[in-house]
Design a binder for this molecule. Structure first.
Ligand code: HEC
Ligand code: HEC
Ligand code: HEC
Ligand code: HEC
Ligand code: HEC
Ligand code: HEC
Ligand code: HEC
Length: 395
């Protein structure tokens, strides 16, 4: 639809335009009015993931949280989320590997351990570029990508490690079959604003100023990336311990607990890194890539309705624990809403119909794993639906 121009020569003129847009707005499902993009959430006061803190003085660090929340801290620190960013020298998937290689035409890509200071070596047969890798993004559970410095500016390696291949291949969405030259074949520049975005999802506190500064950053998704600054909470709780519980309630108020969010906000909260409905819409991200925007997919399914605590991310995932792979664990989540015998009719507290096909292992058919070619891995589609054989994957 074209916009009415200011000269007024173009149709539709202003009034019908308004009616038309109201008409199109009506086609947007009701729930999205309650949802926001991450930028809109960040414009509101209070803590939100990816917020740029003024300084780190109010942050206490995971070690401080561990003093009182030892069990949660131990399990959270073992999750891929917590370990999603590290210096390349600490990247376990590279340790001891002398055989990492990928070839595209005349270009040969290799990553060599180089005695604990891993190097990317790319050659076109005549010339080679050797780069000392600085950062490793991703645990390597699925894949791991690398940044390095050249003339003081960051560049992203053209190749990524994939665990399904146990080897290197093109970095997702960055494949370049016919590069202009060896430089372009090796890497791509990552400008400062993109760098700040990468680090805002994979770490905390590298985005304090206009320029990336990793010197004080907490790598990976740490407690305070989700709970906000915790120093005052810690101090109040320490004082309350001394006074045997007095001040406990105030102490609780001093830390952000995402468990108190409404269902819509709760999904947007995880979606600040995992792709909210509006984040996907506003960036016009389309096609198979948005299968990985779990928040967008979930909200696009009929189950979501206008939002329900039984279908937030934390209804199925404990953010402090590794991802459960046990299919049967998820049945109870579906059956919180769906009745489960062919004769049963949906009720007020169970608004979902019964399945005419099966009574267990719901996710195997209704949250199918979809292979994303660039990623060499399959991802669970969070758009819960009846999958018809041969039907295209909904966008
Ligand atoms: C001196 C002990 C102490 C330290 C240190 C501490 N907490 Fe707590 N925290 C508590 C106590 C006690 C409670 C209330 C009981 C509970 O929920 O476990 C609490 C509750 C919480 C809650 C739930 C608040 C609510 O809404 O009820 C969160 C979230 C939390 N802490 C996060 C953190 C984080 C993150 C850190 C590190 C920055 C941290 N805590 C450090 C003692 C501590
Ligand atoms: C600050 C950004 C950020 C926020 C907020 C966030 N995540 Fe993540 N999450 C990540 C990153 C980055 C990874 C990739 C980890 C890796 O490298 O494999 C991830 C991975 C995951 C995984 C996959 C773990 C696995 O074993 O493969 C799950 C499940 C997950 N997140 C759930 C959640 C839930 C639930 C919430 C909200 C409570 C949430 N995330 C909020 C950044 C975030
Ligand atoms: C909007 C937040 C966000 C930004 C920006 C972001 N990531 Fe991620 N990244 C994630 C989340 C969330 C995951 C986990 C996705 C999943 O498992 O579905 C992830 C996963 C990864 C992985 C693990 C492999 C994989 O794809 O699961 C790598 C590698 C990675 N990101 C690299 C980067 C790099 C490099 C940048 C910047 C050029 C970047 N990311 C920017 C949120 C982000
Ligand atoms: C990816 C985001 C995320 C990270 C990282 C995270 N939490 Fe939480 N945390 C949550 C959410 C969401 C809830 C609410 C859970 C609920 O209500 O079911 C929560 C709840 C809590 C609570 C309240 C009690 C409970 O178990 O529900 C405590 C205490 C807590 N977190 C401590 C921590 C500590 C300590 C760390 C770091 C080791 C941490 N969290 C890391 C998202 C996160
Ligand atoms: C109804 C249950 C359910 C809800 C709600 C849910 N998930 Fe999942 N999620 C799953 C299942 C099932 C898997 C696949 C587990 C496996 O690999 O076997 C999964 C896998 C994931 C993964 C690993 C990568 C992938 O896509 O396979 C991430 C990341 C993730 N979920 C994030 C989220 C986020 C963020 C939300 C909220 C927007 C969310 N999930 C809501 C059930 C759920
Ligand atoms: C918050 C409640 C809720 C949860 C949790 C929930 N559903 Fe639903 N689901 C509904 C409602 C309401 C509908 C629409 C009415 C209907 O078709 O029963 C629906 C519809 C469906 C449909 C039909 C979709 C279509 O496009 O026709 C399927 C299939 C389905 N759900 C499967 C599941 C599975 C599998 C799970 C667990 C992974 C699940 N649901 C979790 C409430 C829920
Ligand atoms: C073996 C694959 C399979 C499993 C497992 C499975 N379903 Fe289904 N389900 C289907 C198929 C196929 C349909 C479509 C049937 C049709 O339209 O003829 C369906 C339909 C549905 C519908 C739509 C019913 C309607 O009247 O619109 C719901 C809701 C549903 N399933 C929920 C579930 C739940 C909840 C579970 C777990 C308890 C589950 N399914 C397990 C394959 C499965």
């Amino acid at each position: 639809m074209t916009r009415a121009s200011s000269t007024g020569r173009q149709f539709p003129p202003a009034v019908p335009m308004l009616i038309l847009s109201t008409f199109f707005m009506a086609l947007i499902p009701a729930f999205v009015h309650a949802q926001l993009s991450t930028d809109d959430h960040l414009a509101e006061p209070g803590w939100w993931p990816r917020r740029k803190p003024a300084n780190l003085k109010q942050f206490a660090g995971n070690a401080a949280c561990a003093k009182c929340h030892s069990r949660i801290t131990a399990s959270q620190e073992a999750t891929p989320m917590a370990r999603t960013l590290m210096p390349a020298a600490d990247a376990e998937v590279l340790h001891g590997r002398t055989d990492l290689a990928f070839r595209n035409g005349k270009y040969l890509y290799q990553i060599k351990p180089n005695k604990g200071a891993p190097q990317l070596i790319v050659t076109d047969g005549a010339r080679s570029i050797i780069a000392d890798l600085v950062w490793a993004f991703g645990t390597g559970k699925l894949g791991q990508s690398y940044l390095f410095l050249q003339d003081g500016a960051y560049r992203e390696s053209r190749v990524t490690y994939f665990s399904s291949l146990q080897n290197l291949h093109f970095t997702p969405t960055r494949a370049l079959l016919s590069p202009r030259d060896l430089e372009e074949a090796t890497s791509r520049p990552v400008d400062n604003s993109e760098l700040l975005r990468c680090f805002s999802c994979h770490s905390l506190g590298a985005n304090l100023g206009a320029q990336l500064d990793t010197s004080k950053a907490a790598l990976g998704v740490t407690c305070e990336a989700c709970h906000g600054p915790g120093l005052k909470h810690m101090q109040a709780m320490e004082a309350s311990q001394l006074q045997q519980g007095i001040g406990d309630e105030e102490g609780r108020q001093l830390i952000f607990n995402p468990g108190s969010l409404s269902p819509g906000d709760s999904v947007d909260f995880c979606g600040s890194c995992h792709g909210t409905w509006w984040d996907v819409k506003l960036t016009h991200m389309a096609g198979i890539a948005n299968v990985r925007a779990q928040a967008y997919r979930l909200l696009s399914s009929r189950c979501w309705g206008s939002g329900d605590v039984r279908l937030t991310c934390i209804a199925c995932h404990n953010p402090h624990e590794p991802l459960s792979k046990e299919t049967s664990n998820f049945d109870s989540k579906c059956l919180a809403c769906h009745v489960n015998s062919p004769t049963a009719k949906p009720e007020k507290d169970h608004p979902g119909a019964a399945c005419p096909v099966a009574t267990k292992d719901c996710i195997t058919c209704h949250m199918p794993k979809i292979e994303i070619p660039d990623m060499h891995t399959a991802f669970a589609d969070h758009l819960i639906r009846v999958v018809r054989p041969g039907a295209p994957i909904p966008n």
